[in-house]
Design a protein around this ligand. Structure first.
Ligand code: XLS
Ligand code: NI
Ligand code: NI
Length: 443
């Protein structure tokens, strides 16, 4: 097969922070040990199939702008799928990410019948398996695309028509089998249309029960086939629906508890979905870690002025460092990783732009890892926080949480000891300066 990305002949290499070569990494040095672990193993980078290979660069006001020969509708769909896969694996391996991710419909076209769609997917999964064996690439996650086709306009699991629920279950089963076959580390569900456009025509409670039942079937089936990867829900507050049921990490946790799934399903946090939900990225990570449901990250950012999912490549070390800090404090990734659910801008027309986007993103995340590790290793921040909570770390503090006392006991204690707490500084500015100092120095 002929190369598609002819500007890059060998894998992108680490050249150090002083490198001016745009086709080199300045910070991502995969074998470098950070807190005793290789950078590659901390970051577990993955690139996505859909935005990079399956999206023509269209938007709601305009057609595709990109040079993606396999998207030509005149091509035989299965021939196009093979060509696309060759280019995708060429890109993934030249970039040097260890993982990739896909939707079923990215890698194989929908057929005239469900049976034909399944057989198209099986053919392409065989082909992907051979590419994976040849290149050593691994699968971070697979997912069924349950939102593009008009049948899913009113949702998949939360559709008012039970036949759509049936269809979505069948499609998901096939995709979970495929993910299992490729050794996927996770399986993701993003409920883009699991929500509503108007409450006026929606039975919200019934739809939540549908989603709860659907996810219980997914978990049951995962165990039936012995899939050891994690099942991940990807929270997002809205878009394309007005309201999405898995709004953010906290909402997802409440939902999982209600349907008995809190030990079975985790979250795939997308940086810009956090922003759209009115949260910082580090908030979403900390929330998930505190509930024991942190799974993986889609590391794409938004734009401060645009209120939609722009899926831009991360390029702010400050924004990312604080999220990586929470991830490291939570013990780091297990099955998850940083997945670039990223889109080029519509005017980024050169084939090599895909490299520039990902190289910058990987360097940003690598540098953020160095900052987060420096924060942890110096222990200064944790010491300030520990001093702030010192009272709770005493025996009396623990007793307050143990259920030993009721309101009347505490009333009595405050009276008896004449307790009169003095406020202490939260030291926010001092801490913010500490963060900036760490960012400046981390190398
Ligand atoms: C859309 C989501 C989507 C999922 C995969 O906003 O981010 O790309 O990650 O279905
Ligand atoms: Ni995503
Ligand atoms: Ni998104």
């Amino acid at each position: 097969m002929a190369d598609f990305f002819t500007d890059v002949s060998s894998p992108i290499a680490f050249a150090g922070p002083d490198s001016d070569d745009p086709f080199s990494f300045r910070w991502y040095d995969k074998d470098r040990l950070v807190m005793g672990k290789r950078m590659e193993d901390h970051l577990r980078f993955a690139a996505c199939y859909w935005h990079s290979f399956n999206w023509p660069g269209s938007d709601i006001f305009g057609d595709g702008t990109f040079d993606r020969p396999w998207l030509n509708p005149a091509m035989d769909p299965m021939e196009a799928a093979h060509l696309k896969m060759d280019a995708a694996f060429e890109f993934f391996s030249k970039l040097g990410v260890p993982f990739f991710s896909f939707h079923d419909r990215d890698i194989a076209p929908e057929g005239a019948t469900f049976a034909e769609s399944c057989s198209n997917l099986d053919t392409m999964i065989d082909y992907a398996a051979s590419h994976m064996e040849r290149t050593g690439l691994k699968l971070l996650w697979g997912t069924a695309q349950l939102f593009f086709q008009p049948r899913f306009a009113a949702g998949a699991a939360t559709n008012p028509d039970p036949d759509v629920f049936r269809y979505a279950a069948a499609q998901l089963k096939h995709c979970l089998d495929a993910t299992h076959r490729l050794g996927g580390a996770n399986y993701v569900l993003w409920g883009g249309r699991e929500g509503y456009e108007t409450l006026l025509n929606t039975r919200m409670g019934a739809e939540l029960d549908q989603l709860g039942r659907f996810l219980n079937m997914v978990v049951q089936y995962k165990h039936d086939i012995g899939f050891e990867g994690a099942i991940l829900l990807e929270p997002k507050p809205q878009e394309p629906t007005k309201h999405q049921y898995d709004y953010d990490s906290a909402t997802v946790y409440g939902f999982l508890k209600r349907y008995g799934l809190e030990n079975e399903i985790k979250v795939n946090i997308e940086v810009n979905h956090a922003t759209l939900g009115g949260h910082d990225f580090n908030h979403e990570v900390a929330q998930a870690v505190s509930c024991g449901i942190f799974g993986s990250v889609d590391a794409n950012r938004g734009d401060d002025r645009l209120g939609w999912d722009t899926d831009q490549f991360p390029n702010s070390v400050e924004q990312m460092s604080l999220g990586v800090y929470e991830i490291l404090r939570g013990g780091g990734f297990t099955t998850g990783g940083f997945m670039f659910d990223t889109k080029l801008r519509r005017q980024s027309l050169d084939r090599s732009d895909l490299f520039h986007g990902h190289i910058g993103a990987m360097d940003t995340m690598a540098r953020s890892l160095l900052v987060a590790a420096a924060l942890i290793e110096s222990g200064e921040l944790e010491a300030l926080v520990a001093a702030r909570y010192a009272g709770w770390d005493t025996e009396e503090g623990a007793k307050l949480l143990s259920g030993a006392y009721g309101l009347a006991d505490l009333h009595q204690q405050v009276l008896a000891d004449n307790i009169d707490p003095t406020p202490r500084s939260g030291q926010q500015e001092l801490i913010e300066n500490l963060i900036n100092r760490t960012i400046e120095r981390a190398r």
